[in-house]
Design a protein around this ligand. Structure first.
Ligand SMILES: *[C@@H]1O[C@H](CO)[C@@H](O)[C@H](O)[C@H]1NC(C)=O
Ligand SMILES: *[C@@H]1O[C@H](CO)[C@@H](O)[C@H](O)[C@H]1NC(C)=O
Ligand SMILES: *[C@@H]1O[C@H](CO)[C@@H](O)[C@H](O)[C@H]1NC(C)=O
Ligand SMILES: *[C@@H]1O[C@H](CO)[C@@H](O)[C@H](O)[C@H]1NC(C)=O
Ligand SMILES: *[C@@H]1O[C@H](CO)[C@@H](O)[C@H](O)[C@H]1NC(C)=O
Ligand SMILES: *[C@@H]1O[C@H](CO)[C@@H](O)[C@H](O)[C@H]1NC(C)=O
Ligand SMILES: *[C@@H]1O[C@H](CO)[C@@H](O)[C@H](O)[C@H]1NC(C)=O
Ligand SMILES: *[C@@H]1O[C@H](CO)[C@@H](O)[C@H](O)[C@H]1NC(C)=O
Ligand SMILES: *[C@@H]1O[C@H](CO)[C@@H](O)[C@H](O)[C@H]1NC(C)=O
Ligand SMILES: *[C@@H]1O[C@H](CO)[C@@H](O)[C@H](O)[C@H]1NC(C)=O
Ligand SMILES: *[C@@H]1O[C@H](CO)[C@@H](O)[C@H](O)[C@H]1NC(C)=O
Ligand SMILES: *[C@@H]1O[C@H](CO)[C@@H](O)[C@H](O)[C@H]1NC(C)=O
Length: 416
């Protein structure tokens, strides 16, 4: 891999991501009493323009985020309670609450980001401070209970996406601590049915070493600002990573299967570039960037980034390659490869894909367009054809041999 001139926004932003991983506690107080308290991790994926095309920044709410006392408030008769967390160079996340007496909810979610912050938005061709608001957050709980959602939950805000995880929050609090009664989100109920009792204390677990066998196939998709699906992917993913093991005090080669149940997807779609970021439980982030060429009308997978912070690692692993040429297909079609494919990314990391189908551009009606299959699939389809042809040939030979034999024996009778 040659030293890339620009590692790309994602890479730089991911360095920022390394600073996250732990939850942030935010509190809004009036006098001595707390009215809003939130413990959460949040990551943001924000598309922006550069002279060389659309990019996506992935940034997280850092531990240094603080409540902006000037904007935050416990609310009054005429205004709603509002929690504003400020971080970095003029970035902020705002949560506005409302209640009807028995239920409280996040009425709107505001995100502010400063495009002139070159550490998060390198090469941005704008220096605006952008504010986006979403009024459909879908986070609510009965009053006097704590809303709990450990599973990643994504909220679309303008073109950007906020993904919360390890979240506990409460507004209109009866005391200064989170209420012990919890209102558990649907995602936690479905993904932690078996270990539900331990889920509340469990820290994010690193992916388990792959059990014998291929990974489970996951379905991932991205939506446009207007809500239409713009990228579709179905695949089983297996990471082949070498890293220095703490336990064994040496470099080990391990296979890890991505578990779709624990993986959230975010990213952005552009006319010439689309990025899908998969996050498994804060310990693994894997991103795919597809590039389209309008001249040749082809697309391909051009970049892969991996950030892994597993408990056995002596240091988090960050690898990327932005000069890849995989999964090549035609814009308006999808790429399909049922056979296992191994994509070399860096010496320490290769990615094995299983039963893969992707379409990063020109998705219509939420469905894959006609697929172009990989060579391996075509070869595998050739095998039955070859076997069939060989069998047909054999039958023909036997038939001819029989006919010749019959003719010979006829001739034999005639001589008598
Ligand atoms: C990696 O994860 C551990 C917890 O599992 C955390 O303490 C540590 O800060 C993380 N490292 C980085 C660089 O984020
Ligand atoms: C806040 O608490 C301090 C001591 O804990 C007390 O002296 C003060 O009166 C309280 N203020 C209010 C507004 O309740
Ligand atoms: C930024 O660049 C994009 C192309 O990448 C262009 O379409 C857009 O108009 C530019 N915006 C500004 C403010 O220069
Ligand atoms: C979001 O909520 C805040 C606080 O209640 C309010 O000031 C703001 O106008 C709301 N924004 C939208 C778009 O509803
Ligand atoms: C945006 O970022 C730039 C550069 O980091 C900084 O000078 C500016 O003050 C920031 N704007 C706000 C509103 O914080
Ligand atoms: C408050 O809203 C919830 C959910 O929308 C509803 O079930 C409940 O009946 C409402 N309560 C009152 C007092 O309006
Ligand atoms: C919430 O708790 C407070 C104090 O414990 C109580 O006064 C209030 O009635 C409770 N509200 C509801 C809706 O249960
Ligand atoms: C949604 O936006 C995309 C481009 O961002 C556009 O191509 C598509 O036609 C829009 N769909 C609808 C239903 O407005
Ligand atoms: C994992 O990577 C190593 C080193 O590149 C390679 O030798 C090994 O065959 C790979 N294993 C799988 C299952 O892909
Ligand atoms: C790890 O291995 C190195 C040499 O391979 C050795 O010097 C070091 O003491 C070992 N550390 C532990 C904790 O075993
Ligand atoms: C994923 O969840 C489904 C049901 O929600 C369950 O049947 C399946 O076993 C889970 N798969 C894994 C790999 O955990
Ligand atoms: C796009 O495809 C054309 C024709 O195949 C090729 O000449 C050109 O270099 C490609 N552009 C990029 C940016 O790869």
């Amino acid at each position: 891999m040659k030293a890339p001139p620009s590692l790309g926004s994602l890479m730089v932003a991911w360095l920022a991501v390394l600073g996250r991983i732990q939850a942030v506690t935010l509190e809004v107080k009036e006098g001595n009493s707390t009215c809003i308290k939130a413990e959460l991790s949040a990551s943001f994926s924000i598309p922006y323009s550069t002279p060389s095309g659309a990019k996506t920044a992935v940034v997280s709410l850092p531990a240094s985020a603080t409540v902006d006392a000037a904007s935050s408030s416990c609310g009054s008769d005429s205004s709603s309670p509002w929690l504003v967390a400020a971080f970095g160079a003029g970035h902020a996340l705002g949560l506005s609450f409302s209640t009807n007496g028995s239920v409280y909810s996040i009425a709107n979610l505001t995100m502010q980001y400063n495009l002139s912050d070159a550490s998060v938005f390198p090469d941005s061709n704008s220096s605006d401070v952008v504010t986006v608001v979403s009024a459909s957050v879908g986070i609510w709980a009965p009053i006097n209970t704590t809303y709990r959602c450990l599973s990643p939950t994504s909220v679309r805000v303008g073109g950007a996406t906020v993904t919360f995880s390890d979240m506990r929050l409460e507004a209109y609090m009866p005391g200064n601590e989170l209420s012990p009664a919890e209102s558990v989100c649907v995602a936690d109920q479905t993904t932690t049915t078996a270990p539900a009792t331990t889920a509340s204390t469990a820290a994010p677990t690193p992916p388990e070493p792959a059990p014998a066998g291929p990974p489970v196939r996951g379905s991932y998709s991205l939506r446009n600002a207007n809500g239409t699906v713009c990228l579709l992917a179905q695949m089983g993913l297996q990471l082949n990573v070498s890293y220095v093991s703490q336990a064994q005090n040496k470099t080990v080669q391990e296979l890890f299967n991505l578990n779709p149940n624990l993986t959230s997807s975010e990213g952005s779609c552009g006319a010439s570039s689309a990025t899908l970021v998969l996050t498994q439980e804060q310990s693994t982030m894997l991103s795919f960037t597809f590039t389209a060429n309008s001249t040749s009308n082809k697309f391909h997978l051009s970049e892969i980034h991996l950030l892994a912070n597993w408990s056995d690692m002596t240091a988090p692993l960050l690898v990327s390659n932005n000069s890849l040429d995989y999964l090549r297909s035609t814009v308006g079609r999808s790429y399909m490869c049922n056979a296992e494919q191994s994509l070399d990314v860096a010496p320490a990391f290769s990615l094995n894909t299983f039963r893969l189908q992707v379409q990063p551009f020109s998705v219509t009606t939420n469905q894959f367009a006609t697929a172009e299959e990989c060579q391996m699939d075509q070869d595998q389809m050739l095998i039955p054809i070859i076997v069939g042809a060989a069998l047909a040939g054999l039958v023909l030979i036997v038939l001819i041999a029989y006919l010749i034999g019959r003719k010979r024996s006829h001739a034999g009778y005639q001589t008598i």
